[in-house]
Design a protein around this ligand. Structure first.
Ligand code: ADP
Length: 533
């Protein structure tokens, strides 16, 4: 027997329809690369998305075809997501910071038909055009005066908005995102209308992003990083106001945050480091922030403390491209009001709980389920309606025999369900059969006055197999010695975790999504030996 309710498909375009119909005049503000600004609203985004959908259809694009973007955060990029999906296509956001061979690989693997791009990335287009085998149409969001590129606005001007969203099954694809691929070729994750809708519904909850129509959100996380953490969809569902900056300048971000009274922001830790530097230098600070989400890498304690002292709640997000990307959120616990400031920070330093929809477990290397005791660490596995089953064009599912996705992260789960990442499986430092968490070492080091960034890697050791080498970038003008670092760490980690060597470096390599690039560090220091220094 079936129930008696309606067949209302969980299709992405319902989210935009909701925003346009119920919150149509809620604004979308963009600060462009050239310093100009524009304002539209959800009704305008919906109209432009229909015009773009019409244009794409006219170009001969069919259901399921991939439409790629190389763009920063702005309203035209948002229109592109909904326009491409609305015409039945799949939006494919490409990260312009990837290496050239990855950019070539990804667009060809995705068989992108159209590429929409920022003029700032024209050099990439000019260089790679001949190697991209499937792209037939190039459309520039902001062509400079006199350029012969097809302009986005000129294209839309040729179409009216008389277009009905293409319908279909809710399990059809709507978006393709590639992992940043720290090893080997990037892998594509093909999100569905259904998975995207459920993920967005989960995201707006108070315990997750805490979004509603009263929110004013400035997502610093780029639209090309893991679907901008789902915010373009969740924002429509919530009917919130978006403030986009097409440049990543902390001075611009602070100005926008204060002028537009931004309540919600989200970005990787390096974004907040840059904001802090600006705040220190200028004396300015964002004044209206209520919820700041940090994710993509572990949020260091000192960062959480500073933002909480600014009066905002910190959300500590863990997830990955394969999980749409939200997996867990470190956010206030039931006893929050009774906790001291330090105890509250203890809560947020952990990666937190899952929203309803996804489930977590920790297993050892043999696949044996580990207890939720906050101590038994092992491989973190996840399942749920917005978690990957199979990579794009792969021959086999990416799951364990019993249907879980292995994240490659090492974690513990506490008795209250709070998950805590201890490391990535490939970054754990294996010393004398025991594991040292590189993340914990790095976080402890970054908590020290004068330390801007730190990376811990395991280096071969004749007796212990591996021992930690700690690389530190100092704040400008700071005086920090190896002895100071060791003294500081002694208060924060077990004695046998202390690094055998501390080196001061000018900078550390990062992936295209701002994470420490440990593979490159290991390569850089491959000839390092502890005895020789
Ligand atoms: P990639 O997998 O290519 O690095 P993702 O952006 O999907 O690209 O990264 C997902 C990974 O980032 C996670 O598996 C985890 O190792 C790390 N990560 C994300 N958020 C956090 C966090 N809050 N704390 C610790 N690690 C995190």
């Amino acid at each position: 027997m079936l129930g008696g309710m309606q067949d209302f498909k969980l299709r992405v375009m319902h989210m935009l329809d909701h925003a346009a119909n119920e919150h149509g005049d809620r604004e979308i503000v963009t600060y462009w690369a050239d310093g100009s600004e524009t304002r539209t609203n959800w009704a305008g985004i919906s109209r432009d998305a229909r015009r773009l959908a019409k244009a794409l259809t006219d170009m001969g694009l069919k259901k399921g075809d991939r439409v790629a973007t190389l763009g920063m955060n702005h309203s035209r990029h948002l229109v592109s997501w909904y326009g491409a999906i609305g015409m039945g296509g799949v939006i494919h956001t490409i990260n312009p910071r990837l290496f050239e061979d990855q950019l070539v690989y990804i667009a060809n693997h995705a068989e992108d038909q159209v590429l929409l791009y920022d003029a700032a990335f024209q050099p990439i287009i000019d260089k790679l055009k001949d190697q991209w085998t499937s792209i037939k149409h190039y459309i520039c969001y902001d062509p400079p005066e006199g350029s012969d590129a097809q302009g986005f606005e000129d294209l839309l001007d040729r179409y009216d908005d008389d277009f009905a969203w293409v319908d279909g099954d809710e399990r059809e694809p709507c978006m393709l995102c590639y992992t940043s691929g720290t090893t080997g070729n990037p892998k594509g994750v093909l999100y569905e209308h259904r998975s995207t809708t459920i993920h967005a519904m989960a995201e707006i909850q108070p315990a997750i992003f805490d979004l509603s129509t009263t929110s004013v959100a400035l997502p610093v996380v780029p639209m090309f990083h893991a679907a901008a953490w789902g915010l373009p969809f969740a924002g429509a569902l919530a009917g919130l106001k978006f403030v986009y900056a097409a440049v990543n300048d902390p001075a611009v971000l602070t100005m926008l945050m204060n002028r537009e009274k931004v309540t919600h922001s989200a970005g990787v830790p390096t974004v907040w480091l840059a904001m802090f530097q600006h705040m220190d230098a200028s004396g300015e600070a964002p004044e209206y922030l209520k919820v700041v989400t940090i994710g993509g890498s572990a949020a260091p304690r000192a960062m959480i403390e500073r933002i909480m002292k600014m009066g905002a709640r910190v959300n500590h997000a863990w997830g990955m491209t394969e999980t749409s990307p939200i997996g867990t959120m470190g956010s206030p616990s039931p006893d929050w009001g009774d906790l001291s400031f330090d105890e509250q920070v203890d809560v947020v330093v952990k990666q937190g709980r899952v929203p309803f929809g996804v489930e977590l477990r920790v297993v050892d290397d043999e696949g044996v389920l580990q207890p939720r005791d906050g101590e038994s660490s092992g491989r973190l596995q996840i399942r749920g309606p917005w978690v990957i089953k199979r990579y794009f064009k792969a021959e086999e599912d990416a799951l364990t025999k019993d249907g879980w996705f292995d994240t490659g992260d090492v974690a513990v789960i506490h008795p209250d369900g709070v998950m805590q990442i201890t490391d990535r499986a490939k970054d754990v430092i294996k010393s004398g059969g025991e594991w040292i968490s590189s993340v914990d070492l790095e976080n402890a080091a970054v908590g020290m006055e004068g330390v801007a960034e730190a990376a811990a890697i395991g280096m071969p050791h004749p007796k212990w197999d591996e021992r930690p080498l700690l690389l530190i970038v100092k704040n400008e003008g700071a005086e920090v010695s190896k002895g100071d670092v060791i003294t500081h760490l002694t208060d924060h980690v077990a004695k046998w975790w202390l690094p055998d060597e501390v080196l001061f470096v000018d900078d550390l390599p990062h992936t295209a999504t701002g994470k420490l690039l440990k593979t490159e560090l290991r390569e850089r220091y491959k000839d390092f030996s502890f005895s020789g220094g």
